[in-house]
Design a protein around this ligand. Structure first.
Ligand code: F0G
Length: 357
C-alpha cells in the first residue's frame, strides 16, 4: 500500500512560529509529535480519582529526550550561518542530541561533560554519533563557563540553551500539548535543571493563547532536585547533588526567565527530594508502563507533593512532562531494584516454585 504521509520534523510543521526562512537548511531527525498519554492508574492510586493526568513522553524523540526540539533549530541555524563546529556543556542529553544533529549536518561537535555524572546511555550516544567527547574534572556549571569562554576565543557555535534558537524550538512542545488536549491544561509540571525548558513551554503556551489557539495558559510548576535547588533557595549552589544527574545544576542559565514564567503564569518553582523522585520514577514504571529517566520523574514527584499540600487541586487537568527516556540510565533502574535476579534451574518444577504457580 502506498502512503502519501511523510514524516516531517518540527521546523516544517511549525515554520510560521519559528525564526526560519525558505533559505534555512532544515536539519531534522523526525523530532517532535511525541505522545501525550493519559494516566490509567496513578490518580486512583494516589487517592485523587478526579484528576485528569497526562504525561508528555519526550523520551520518544529521536535521541530520547526533549533536547531534539531545540537542536533541530539550533543546528539548522548554525548551518545557515556558516558554522563548521558546535560545542556544548551537558549533563548528557544535550550532548547526545547535539552530536546526532551535528553529524547529520556534517558539523564537528565538541561536548564537555562532568566526569562520572553522565548516565551511561547518554555517553554512549555522544560517542556513537561521533562527537569529540571531553569529560572534565568539574560539574556542569563549570563546563558551561568553559564553553562560553571557548566560544569567545575560537570559531565554535554554542548549542546550549543560551543559544536563542534552542528555546524557540522547544516551545513547540507546548503547541502539541494544546493540540492533543484541544485546550491548555490547568497545570504543567516540569523538571528544572538549567531552567530553559520551563521558559520554552511558557513561551509556547503564551503564544498559542495570544493567537487564540487556546483560551487559557497553564500555571507553570517547575521542580528542582533538593540538592540542586538554586532557584528555590535564591542562590547558586556550589556543589549540586542529586540522583537525577540530568538536573544536577547549581547555577541555572535561564534563572531569571524561569522566574518570569513562574510569576506570569501564577505557578511555582519548588524542590523535590531524591526519595520523592525515585518513588515517582518507580510508580511510572509499575503503575503506568512508562520508563522515564530519574530526573524526568521530578515532574510527577512535584505534582504529588503539591496535591498533598493542596497547592494543586485534585479536580483539574495536569500535564507532567517526562523529559527523557529511562533506557538512557539503566544503571539507576538496576541499582534501586529489590527484585531477586538469582538464576533458577531451567526446569518446570523449579519455575513453578519461584513463580508461585
Ligand atoms: N530533564 C532531562 C532529562 C534533562 O536532560 C534536562 C536537562 C532537564 C530535565 C532540565 O531541563 O535544563 O531546560 O531545565 N538537561 C541538560 C543537558 C542540562 O545537558 O542535557 P532544563
Amino acid at each position: 500500500m502506498q502512503s502519501t504521509r511523510k514524516t516531517v520534523g518540527l521546523i516544517e510543521k511549525y515554520r510560521q512560529h519559528l525564526p526560519v526562512t525558505a533559505a534555512t537548511p532544515v536539519v531534522t531527525l523526525g523530532e517532535g509529535n511525541t505522545p501525550l498519554v493519559q494516566a490509567a492508574n496513578i490518580p486512583k492510586l494516589l487517592g485523587y480519582p478526579s484528576l485528569q493526568l497526562h504525561f508528555k513522553l519526550e523520551g520518544l524523540n529521536p535521541t530520547g529526550s526533549f533536547k531534539d526540539r531545540g537542536m533541530t533549530l539550533a543546528i539548522s541555524k548554525a548551518v545557515e550561518d556558516g558554522a563548521k563546529a558546535v560545542i556544548c556543556a551537558s549533563t548528557g542529553n544535550t550532548s547526545a542530541s547535539a552530536a546526532a544533529f551535528a553529524t547529520k549536518a556534517g558539523l564537528k561537535c565538541y561536548v564537555l561533560l562532568p566526569h562520572g555524572y553522565v548516565a551511561l546511555g547518554k555517553l554512549a550516544q555522544a560517542i556513537h554519533y561521533g562527537a569529540i567527547v571531553v569529560p572534565i574534572l568539574g560539574n556542569f556549571d563549570r563546563a558551561l563557563d568553559l564553553v562560553r569562554e571557548l566560544a569567545e576565543q575560537t570559531p565554535v557555535t554554542v548549542v546550549n540553551s543560551i543559544n536563542p534558537y534552542r528555546l524557540e524550538g522547544q516551545k513547540t512542545a507546548a503547541f502539541e500539548v494544546v493540540e492533543h488536549l484541544d485546550r491548555a491544561p490547568d497545570y504543567l509540571c516540569i523538571p528544572v535543571g538549567n531552567a530553559g525548558n520551563i521558559c520554552a513551554y511558557w513561551r509556547g503556551f503564551k503564544l498559542y493563547k495570544e493567537l487564540g489557539m487556546a483560551s487559557s495558559a497553564p500555571r507553570m510548576h517547575g521542580f528542582e532536585a533538593e540538592g540542586s535547588a538554586a532557584i528555590v533557595q535564591g542562590k547558586p549552589i556550589k556543589n549540586p547533588e542529586t540522583i537525577g544527574t540530568a538536573i544536577r545544576i547549581g547555577n541555572p542559565a535561564s534563572w531569571k526567565e524561569a522566574e518570569r514564567a513562574r510569576d506570569e503564569s501564577g505557578g511555582q518553582i519548588d524542590s523535590v527530594t531524591d526519595d520523592e523522585i525515585l518513588k515517582a520514577y518507580k510508580m511510572l514504571g509499575t503503575a503506568e508502563g512508562i520508563f522515564c529517566e530519574p530526573s524526568s520523574a521530578a515532574s510527577l514527584a512535584g505534582l504529588i507533593k503539591h496535591l498533598e499540600n493542596g497547592t494543586i487541586p485534585q479536580n483539574t487537568t495536569v500535564v507532567c512532562v517526562l523529559t527523557g527516556n529511562g533506557l538512557k540510565d539503566p544503571d539507576t533502574a538496576q541499582k534501586i531494584t529489590t527484585v531477586d535476579l538469582t538464576p533458577v534451574d531451567a526446569e518446570i518444577a523449579a519455575l513453578k516454585k519461584v513463580m508461585g504457580l
